[in-house]
Ligand binder design. Structure first.
Ligand code: 5GP
Ligand code: MN
Length: 340
């Protein structure tokens, strides 16, 4: 994989067919970074299309350009044609092609140059022609900002780009509170503000746009589905499939739920397991020195970052809960000493 800076001169070169994609079930950073790059590359006259491997949460629909994003599962033929005809395929906010689920074969078969922009650990660098991978970055959206600045085109930042990048950085930093919120992140926000960003609108669009039933669902989850294990500084939420039906829970409605238990004093590890029917999806969050990336890799077929990771299992919800408790006990020494 060559450094992405070697690609920059071609931004101003002949028109390219460009596909930009992200991980399945895109979150704010996946959608924000891809759309930010899309609005940037279009200004050079390139033909760009954003393709999501799956559907996404409706709270992202307001984002500039979101209506033009293709859903690979619903628009497979059109997407495959674009992937096959592409010169460049930008892969954003994921480390291995497997994170694009059903899109992986098409991404491997194309003659296009694959370009990585990502902040996850252990990227599959051998399948990319160009790229940048930096686990110290707050978000992929921050890395798209760095590409724009690094390629010498800060003048191209407009309100659409600013809103998309801000969404990605804001959501991946827990609204600028995680340790990854560097001085560079705050400088980025200042630059976006200078280019027309109205940050209040973004916060409202992302965080104050849910249904009443989602709020009642959260009430039910915190009251009835959460177990706290004080001697392990750990809390677990397990959500049966029936709850999702009862409260009409859609893609994205469960995002962020895993963070609630971390607000309990002393809790160092929070986990959530959701019965999604075809699989049990797990999310892990930690504070301080507990490495959930390793934890998710070792026990739940997953991975992610040091303090935020995920995984999945084909076992029943009950069995996943049992497996989690066993894994928690195996990590007793690390969990029971709370260091911040
Ligand atoms: P979330 O809990 O929000 O779904 O994911 C947290 C982090 O863990 C994200 O950075 C995501 O990329 C990563 N992650 C989530 N699920 C999986 C998984 O099944 N496998 C791997 N390798 N990473 C995951
Ligand atoms: Mn991200």
């Amino acid at each position: 994989m060559q450094q992405i800076a070697n690609l920059y001169p071609q931004f101003t070169g002949p028109k390219k067919q460009v596909v930009i994609t992200m991980h399945q079930k895109p979150d704010g950073d996946a959608m924000g970074s891809t759309l930010g790059l899309y609005h940037f590359l279009k200004q050079f006259g390139h033909d760009a299309t954003v393709i999501s491997p799956t559907n996404w949460a409706s709270f992202l629909n307001w984002m500039p350009g979101c209506k033009q994003v293709l859903d690979y599962e619903r628009q497979t033929e059109q997407s495959n044609q674009l992937i096959e005809a592409a010169d460049w395929i930008f892969c954003l906010d994921f480390n291995t092609l497997g994170r694009t689920k059903n899109m992986e074969p098409a991404l491997l078969a194309t003659n296009a140059q694959r370009i990585l922009i990502d902040h996850h650990q252990q990227p599959q660098t051998e399948v990319f022609a160009y790229g940048v991978s930096d686990t110290d970055k707050s978000s992929t959206a921050e890395m798209v900002f760095d590409v724009i600045i690094g390629s010498g085109h800060a003048d191209k930042i407009n309100k659409d780009i600013a809103e998309c990048i801000y969404t990605g950085v804001m959501t991946d930093t827990g609204s600028f509170r995680f340790p990854s919120t560097s001085a560079n992140v705050h400088r980025l926000v200042a630059t976006l503000k200078e280019h027309g960003l109205e940050h209040g609108i973004v916060h409202e669009a992302i965080y104050d746009n849910f249904s009443e039933s989602r709020l009642r669902f959260i009430g039910n989850v915190l009251l009835n589905r959460m177990e706290v294990f004080y001697e392990y500084n750990t809390a677990l939420i397990a959500i049966p499939a029936a709850d999702l039906v009862k409260y009409d829970i859609k893609t994205g409605d469960t995002e962020g739920l895993v963070n609630y238990p971390l607000s309990i004093e002393g809790i160092k590890l929070a986990a959530i397991v959701i019965d999604r029917g075809e699989e049990r999806k797990c999310s892990f969050r930690s504070k301080g020195d507990f490495d959930v990336n390793t934890f998710a890799r070792k026990y739940f077929n997953g991975g992610g970052h040091f303090n935020a990771a995920g995984g999945q299992s084909k076992e029943t919800l009950e069995n996943v809960v049992v497996a989690f408790k066993k894994a928690m006990m195996e990590n007793r020494d690390q969990l029971s000493t709370y260091k911040f």
